[in-house]
Ligand binder design. Structure first.
Ligand code: FAD
Length: 483
């Protein structure tokens, strides 16, 4: 009898892949190293569920329009359940520039929505939906440490758990997150997985969740970023992401090298910076909201494209990474969950269409990973580097780097596109479709009409920001007791 597929890692990517495979009739065993979540009503469990093996789990997460589109098409029940449990679809077009003397709506696009939900609640609902699919078993407290190979040595034939149990598999999905365990499994099997592509993010993030005192569905301030309030400023970022049931997450991000601002884990320091930050201050007014968690800190991983998801190095047929195990992109752009979901459902489709484990299946899986992640990885590496250079210059007190007005290919920079998008609804639409993952950077930024409109808007005005300077923030923090 053919053994089941084995999915290692039972978080968003693993659960989505398992459920997609099982819906196509493939029996699946999910092996997850952490303990299961507690039982109980999802909204209550989401508030108390800790994920020690997913350090970013307690941080701010938004599901972009791409993620919503994937759920609408491939897991509509999860989206419906999310809405029933208090999540909200945020209409991004409300932030588009208005047109005409009456200020009419500049853009209408039903796809431009984001899902406001705590990550724990989304994961919990996905988990429950996956458990409800026939032929899926979820096994917790089971950590995988290695691979089984077939007699030819070219094919993954199963996995070995930390306890030494051998689990045969028709194929193995690595959904182990950013540490991508399959590279170490390959090395243990004396194969050379090749080199990963890596681009620095140089970012440290601080998040705190709050609950609004105002009636459900009314935000205390404008969502100037469409799905969020705040900004990525010239030396730090301060962004509010609305979530489910009147909760929201506030994230402050600073360069890893900025020792003076690394005290933000201290609640007094965090609140001080939040209250000085444009579009954010109104959300943390005590009369409007109160904190429901401590401030959580995380050093953000770099952008990574794993060799195991490219045609680099030695591979085994029947071993496929998905989600962060395939590619990590700078979380400041909020794309990880959406890309993981998109990859998961398309990978299941591919494995259904090419069920025979071997070279063709492997080659097609690599092509798929390239299509899903390639453009976003490149864009994230480019945008993270530009942002990190700008931020570093502020910390070091050197002149901010002058970004090239346009890339040699003639592609406008994100700053130029954002400048034009502030007044031109068509540019805003293209740029927001890109930011929300609905259209690739090349598709938007290389379109002649888009370029022409960006050019017509003139150069982006550098150096104008409504956010406090770094000196002002450092000065304000000096006055906070205990920091
Ligand atoms: C600070 C921060 C903020 C972010 N914000 C956003 C956002 O706003 N929007 C967005 O879309 N994305 C965001 N992301 C990215 C997002 O969190 C990831 O893309 C997403 O969690 C990837 O899901 P995954 O299932 O691939 O991996 P993970 O969620 O990391 O899960 C991996 C799972 O594998 C299990 N595991 C690991 N090793 C083993 C093993 N050997 N055996 C068995 N099980 C194992 C772990 O226990 C875990 O359950 C953010 C990331 C960070 C760091």
């Amino acid at each position: 009898m053919t053994p089941p597929a084995v999915v290692v890692g039972g978080s968003v990517a693993g659960l989505a892949t398992a459920s997609a495979l099982a819906q196509r009739g493939v029996p699946v065993r999910v092996l997850e190293r952490s303990a299961p979540p507690p039982d109980g009503p999802p909204v209550e469990v989401a508030a108390s569920w800790r994920r020690p093996t997913v350090p970013q789990g307690g941080h701010s997460h938004i599901l972009t329009s791409l993620g919503v589109r994937v759920l609408r098409r491939s897991a509509p029940r999860v989206l419906e359940e999310a809405m029933e449990q208090g999540a909200a679809l945020v209409d991004l077009t409300l932030a588009a520039p208005r047109t005409g003397a009456e200020g009419g709506r500049g853009v209408e696009d039903p796809d431009l929505v984001a899902l406001a939900i705590r990550r724990t609640l989304l994961e919990l609902l996905l988990r429950r939906a996956t458990q409800a699919v026939a032929h899926v078993t979820l096994e917790h407290r089971t950590s995988v440490r290695g691979l089984l190979r077939d007699a030819s040595g070219t094919r993954a034939a199963g996995v070995v758990t930390e306890g030494g149990t051998q689990v045969p598999a028709r194929f193995v999905i690595d959904a182990t997150g950013r540490r991508a365990a399959s590279a170490s499994w390959l090395r243990r099997a004396e194969l050379a997985p090749g080199n990963d592509l890596v681009g620095p993010t140089e970012l440290r993030g601080f998040t705190r969740f709050y609950r609004l005192r105002t009636p459900r569905g009314t935000w205390p301030g404008e969502l100037n970023r469409g799905n969020a309030a705040g900004g990525i400023w010239d030396h730090y970022a301060a962004v509010v992401h609305p979530a489910d049931n009147g909760t929201f997450a506030l994230t402050l991000a600073v360069p890893t090298g900025d020792r003076a601002l690394n005290s933000l884990r201290h609640p007094g320091a965090f609140t001080t910076v939040a209250r000085l930050s444009p579009h954010v201050a109104e959300w943390v007014d005590e009369r409007v909201a109160y904190p429901v968690t401590n401030v959580r800190a995380i050093t953000v991983p770099p952008n990574i494209r794993r060799a195991t998801a490219r045609s680099a190095g030695e591979r085994l047929a029947g071993l496929y990474p998905v989600g962060d195990a395939a590619c990590v992109t700078d979380p400041l752009y909020g794309r990880g969950l959406s890309l993981a979901l998109a990859h998961a459902f398309r990978l299941a489709e591919l494995l259904d269409a090419y069920p025979s484990v071997g070279e063709e299946q492997s080659a097609r899986a690599v092509e798929l990973a390239e299509r899903v992640y390639g453009p976003w990885f490149e864009q994230a590496v480019h945008d993270s580097a530009a942002r990190a250079r700008r931020w570093r210059a502020h910390v070091e007190g050197t002149a901010p780097p002058v970004e090239p007005a346009a890339a040699p290919s003639g592609r406008p920079s994100m700053a130029e596109a954002a400048h034009a998008a502030a007044t031109d609804p068509a540019v805003w639409h293209g740029l927001t479709c890109l930011l929300m993952g609905l259209r690739t950077p090349a598709d938007v930024l290389d379109a002649p009409a888009f370029r022409e409109r960006v050019r017509a808007a003139g150069p982006a005005l550098a150096g104008r920001t409504s956010a406090p300077s770094r000196a002002a923030l450092v000065g304000a923090l000096a006055g906070v007791a205990g920091v």
